[in-house]
Write a protein that binds this ligand. Sequence first.
Ligand SMILES: [Ca+2]
Length: 417
Amino acid sequence: MLRDLDLAVAAVMALTIAMLTPPLAGAQTQDQRVLAAQCTNLMNFKLQDTIIRAAEVMPPGPFGFGNTAPTCASPVASPELPGFCRVQAIVAPAINFELWLPLENWNGKFQGLGNHGFAGNIEYSDMGPELVKGYAVAGTDTGHSGNDPLPWMQNEQQIVDYGYRGVHEMTVKSKGIVQTFYGQAAKYSYFNGCSTGGKEGLMEAQRYPADYDGIVTGHPNFAQIHNRAQYVWNAQVTFANPESALPRTKLDLINKAVLATCDKLDGVVDGVVGDPLRCPFEPRSLICKPGEDGATCLTAPQVTALEKIYAGPRNSRTGQEVYPGFVKGSELGWAGYTTGPRVQPTADQFFKFMVFKNPEWGLQDIRPRQGSRLHRREVLSSARRDQPRSQCLPRSWRKAASLPQLCKHDSHRAPKH
Ligand SMILES: [Ca+2]
């Protein structure tokens, strides 16, 4: 009797689900109908510390999640999306994530996507193109919403979730949902991110190497305490003193001089310096001669500032390198770091609210010991040092905030699947 009752309830649920499920455009295949019903069923799926807030079928159609260009995952903006199951969930206490599951032509793989800036947003514009490729694709806000630095930057749990836990929880929970939805686990799982997402990829490789078979980390801003100390350094040596400031016009001048000296060294005159570490350009070659127009040369304080930017920050007591400097040829990307009037925003907010908890903190007040405490917690307390099966670190010499010299001994193996 009980079994009959269960069957009757199941039949009613199936009918209800079928009635509530939005129709897909065009005729549905049997597999699509099964997955559409299974999508709604995900509302009943139990995951530890997780609430599935919504699971709904999205019909094929125009991209309806904003119109921003994807930043690193794909050059395709706002693509036409296939029908998919959109899962919205939250992992305690506040990690929101979304998982998009293709209803047809799933390629059998899962892809987790990284964030940008201070995270705080699910990057729909990066998810769309990957869904089109057939991936089950996930994104997360890493446990805080939006770009306002307060109050999350003073909440210990949210700092941890931003630092590493958010992406890991998104990954584990998403892989569980994928297996339930399709009746089989993803045959391969990849992480794809750049900038902050690149940092997240490295963090996954360091802390949770079993999460992914392959990780793409585009120009990661890793070792964040040191990275942001570099931003402060750049501000201190330039616009903190008006005589040392490097306005846009001077950056253009420097870049032209660098290219005139070094572009051709790689055999192709294309505006790119193939190996900036071997570029012999000397800032002093631009120093103004007596009577020369300041617009076409650099003052002595500007030359000194430029030398310090290329050299990167160093410990004033020991001389030890804190972080590499910006590379020759990347000058056109420096405006946010050398022209002022404020230190680059991610460094400014980071030190004010997450490290010193002092909104009055200024760029002359950096105290590395306090920063090191957070650095240890965020980066160095990993229990495992294994690596995923493959890791790819695409990088650009022209990207100002990307410091390829830190990667030069890393693997370049790309995922083969
Ligand atoms: Ca060249």
